[in-house]
Design a protein around this ligand. Structure first.
Ligand code: SF4
Ligand code: SF4
Ligand code: FES
Length: 341
């Protein structure tokens, strides 16, 4: 394997290649141990549990974040591929594969990751019981082991290091979705501020790279839905989302022409008129009036009303990515055609 070696103290960086034998069951972490034990004792990396629980061994393999102790190497070696190992992204490198986790923990602490007092205690003074349905909403968020793999691959953090990021926001949802927490609105206010919920670019890399199935992007979607549910919708991102719903319900389409004034306000929209006119000249803007309604718009409205009747607003209305994908995979496996309804 190749490993990017780096020494922040000296500012030296070098890609070194190592060749060694390893048992068939070896993980990436086992391989690093072999390199350190047998070839170069100065190699630095973090580890502890060796069983995907402590979150210490996050790093990149071929440019994508992985947990070293979860990554089996046999098939990679069999294929003749020489993987390149490097430190996680979006965090300063201290040495070799060790990053400075302080910025990560600062954001974690900023979320106040513990239950806030203020909830009513049950009358019988026994434990506070939560329904399974409510617990399902935060089940995945509770699985986070703070490894930082999602943060490593976050596009929004790359362009804005102050963005709270997928791990911190997923942790925030773990408490926003907990009915015992007494600070739901305060949390949603905080998370809806600049560098918060609405700065996520929805690239979904955090979902893709999380080794524990937390799906942080889904958590951020739930936070957005909860913020709108309690009326915290001042951010353009929230206005954008609300317009999507209104537009889909009223016409069955996403009416892009009205998206900018509805999201940014009329004054800001006027400042973009020149750009809009150039799009219109190239035939990219359909005439706004009369609004074009889809032929089967009644179905779109019926779907909206059904979801409203079910009371699935806020986080309860977010379709979990894994379940949606699971259903698609199931349909494919069983040769089911896409259903028209
Ligand atoms: S979906 Fe959002 S939070 Fe997740 S990696 Fe992309 S920008 Fe970051
Ligand atoms: S959300 Fe997933 S990738 Fe991110 S820190 Fe938690 S366990 Fe790691
Ligand atoms: S060593 Fe603990 S998660 Fe890998």
């Amino acid at each position: 394997m190749k490993i990017w070696r780096y020494d922040a103290a000296r500012g030296e960086r070098a890609l070194k290649e190592y060749e060694f034998d390893a048992p068939e069951w070896a993980t990436l972490l086992d391989c690093l141990d072999i390199v350190k034990d047998q070839i170069d004792g100065t190699l630095s990396y973090r580890k502890s549990c060796r069983m995907m629980i402590c979150g210490s061994c996050g790093m990149r393999m071929d440019g994508a974040a992985v947990l070293a102790c979860k990554t089996r190497m046999y098939e990679i070696a069999e294929a003749g591929h020489v993987p390149t190992i490097s430190a996680m992204g979006n965090l300063p490198i201290v040495k070799d594969l060790v990053v400075d986790m302080n910025p990560f923990w600062q954001k974690f602490h900023a979320m106040k990751p513990y239950l806030q007092p203020g909830y009513e205690r049950p009358d019988d003074d026994r434990e506070y019981r939560i329904s399974q349905e409510r617990m399902n909403v935060i089940h995945k968020e509770s699985l986070c082991i703070n490894c930082g793999c999602c943060v490593s691959e976050c596009n929004a953090m790359e362009s804005d290091p102050e963005f709270l990021g997928p791990q911190a926001l997923a942790k925030g949802m773990r408490f926003v979705g907990d009915p015992r927490d007494g600070a739901t609105v305060e949390r949603l206010e905080q998370y809806s501020s600049e560098h918060g919920i609405w700065d996520c670019t929805r690239c979904y890399f955090c979902n893709e790279r999380c080794p524990k199935g937390v799906d942080p992007r889904d958590a951020i979607a739930k936070l957005g839905a909860e913020a709108i549910r309690v009326g915290i919708d001042r951010d353009m991102g929230a206005k954008h989302a609300k317009w999507f719903v209104h537009s889909a319900k009223s016409t069955g389409w996403l009416r892009e022409t009205e998206l900018v004034p509805k999201t940014q306000g009329v004054v800001s929209a006027i400042s973009q008129m020149k750009f809009a006119m150039s799009l219109a000249r190239k035939g990219k803007v359909p005439p706004p009036f009369p609004p074009h309604a889809a032929r089967d718009v009644k179905e779109s409205r019926a779907l909206h009303d059904l979801v409203s009747e079910q009371g699935r607003d806020g986080a309860l209305g977010i379709v979990q990515g894994e379940r949606a994908l699971g259903r698609i995979e199931f349909a494919k496996e069983h040769g089911e055609e896409e259903r028209e309804e």
